[in-house]
Design a protein around this ligand. Structure first.
Ligand SMILES: *Cc1c(COP(=O)(O)O)cnc(C)c1O
Length: 235
């Protein structure tokens, strides 16, 4: 086993998530997504063995060989940027968390129509307004939410956001609350939008208190990534 402590870590994280749900009062179900980027296919296999059935990768090129290498039926989530010319590879994932432009929406819509089944997506929202982060500013979301109603090849399941690194608790809470409000905007436009994908190793308890329904955890489960290949990049 590459990750001998994984089962214990999963149990600890699940306990913390349950406690955060109770504190936050949103009463939501939370899906734990194990982020295996930079680790081998073993990480996904062992996550499954530890009872974690959802696995996230941020790069298509890295994900596809792992998906091919694994026989256990984990649900693969794409959590990083998807290039429009790779829209077809969205079909390898149960959910694309990183719908970050109108042009990508158009490309995924075409794929969804072509395969005869919509592609499930989360709309990425850049609440904090950092220039390096992709996604919609909350102020611009209502217009796109309307437009997405016309794209039958994509199904908008909710919102994804990333908080600024090393932010204090107040900033984190405002960011996560902003994502929750963005989900309300999608719902008001008629999307199902039940999901809120937010929270990583260093901020997931606050994210769950603020209503996260999906947390994306790498480091706290598998240990530190090497800086050269890891990081919180979204590119
Ligand atoms: C890497 C990554 C994560 C996991 O980060 P950790 O801090 O290791 O938990 C979550 N979300 C996205 C989009 C990522 O790229």
């Amino acid at each position: 086993m590459q990750f001998p402590e994984l089962a214990e870590r999963v149990a600890d994280v699940r306990g913390r998530i349950a406690a955060a749900v109770a504190r936050g009062g949103h009463g939501q179900h939370v899906t734990l997504i194990a982020v295996t980027k930079t680790f081998g296919a073993d990480a996904a296999r062992e996550a499954w063995g530890a009872g974690v059935h959802d696995v996230g990768e941020n790069r298509v090129q890295e994900a596809l060989p792992k998906i091919a290498a694994i026989t256990v039926p984990v649900r693969w989530h794409l959590i990083g940027h998807l290039q429009r010319n790779k829209a077809k590879s969205a079909e390898s994932f149960v959910l694309v968390h990183s719908l970050d432009s109108a042009r990508l929406a158009d490309a995924l819509h075409e794929r969804g129509i072509a395969r005869g089944q919509p592609i499930d997506v989360l709309v990425q929202v850049n609440v904090s307004g950092e220039a390096a982060k992709s996604g919609w500013a909350p102020a611009g979301l209502a217009v796109e939410a309307e437009r997405l109603r016309g794209l039958g090849g994509v199904r908008v399941k909710g919102v994804m956001t990333m908080a600024p690194l090393d932010a204090d608790e107040g900033v984190l809470r405002r960011t996560f609350a902003g994502a929750r409000e963005a989900r309300d905007v999608l719902r008001a436009a008629g999307h199902e939008a039940a999901e809120l994908s937010m929270g990583m190793s260093n901020d997931y308890e606050i994210a769950v208190e603020e209503g996260a329904t999906m947390v994306r955890l790498g480091t706290v489960l598998f240990g530190a990534r090497t800086p050269a290949t890891g990081g919180h990049g979204n590119a």
